[in-house]
Design a protein around this ligand. Sequence first.
Ligand code: AMP
Length: 148
Amino acid sequence: MKKIATVLTAIDFSDSSDNAFQMALSMAKSFSAQLLVLHVINEPVDLRGFYVPHISFEKLEDEIEEGAKKMMESFCRLNIHDFENYESLIVPGLPYEQIISQGEEKSADLIVLGTHGRSGLDHVLFGSTAEKVVRKSKIPVLTVRLEE
Ligand code: AMP
């Protein structure tokens, strides 16, 4: 049987991805696997002040990256307690492309995603990132639905 040595979970800081992250963490612990926690800074960048409350146009990219790093640090501090075998990654790009390419680059054995994210399209079966990753990834994908 193929060993699951690396689990990649992609987070967009939504409740749905928080929930999927918890599943990925449990699996990484059960398999004694490494957990990769990936956030993709959506490009073209979301300018609605999600990462930084005020937008400084001169240093926009730096501020966005800095804001994303802080969110990731605080997410990991809050959610990963005694588990040390993890790495966090922040990359710019299209979320579905980066989730697949980072998974391949880091030789992940499993990708764990929420069925939905920040797009708020709760009525559709899958969000567009989830749907594209499921359709295009060669690595097995587990999608986790948040029960309300
Ligand atoms: P969506 O298909 O956009 O509704 O999102 C479905 C799932 O894809 C989320 O629950 C996350 O697990 C993942 N995801 C979406 N956007 C991102 C992003 N920018 N960075 C990392 N993961 C993401």
